[in-house]
Design a binder for this molecule. Structure first.
Ligand code: FES
Length: 103
């Protein structure tokens, strides 16, 4: 178990969602109303990158077939997505955003 630095708070200046590689995983990181979240970046439907999707009121909309996941919990919201996303704990140290990954 370890905390990994993955981004800076300023990285969200252009978008509320960004993609990052971390500890052998591809993560989607989110900034919503000043709080940070991390989920897997790979859609559980057909593998599109969620970090290329749209954030809509606490949900990430997949760019491929418009499936929705709740960002805070990773919960799939219905067809075409039926499997939840992995989520990861996030903490902020100064301007650095860190994600906890089970090694
Ligand atoms: S790949 Fe995401 S909804 Fe199909």
């Amino acid at each position: 178990m370890a905390w990994h630095p993955v981004a800076e708070t300023a990285d969200f200046a252009q978008s509320p969602v960004i993609g990052r590689d971390c500890a052998g995983r591809r993560l989607a990181l989110y900034c919503l109303a000043g709080r940070y979240y991390a989920t897997a970046d790979t859609c559980t439907h057909a593998g599109a990158r969620l970090s290329e999707g749209e954030v809509v009121e606490g949900f990430i909309e997949c760019p491929a077939h418009y499936g929705l996941f709740e960002i805070a919990t990773g919960t799939a919201q219905g067809a075409p997505v039926c499997r939840d996303l992995a989520t990861y704990p996030v903490r902020v140290a100064g301007s650095r955003i860190e994600v906890e990954i089970l090694d």
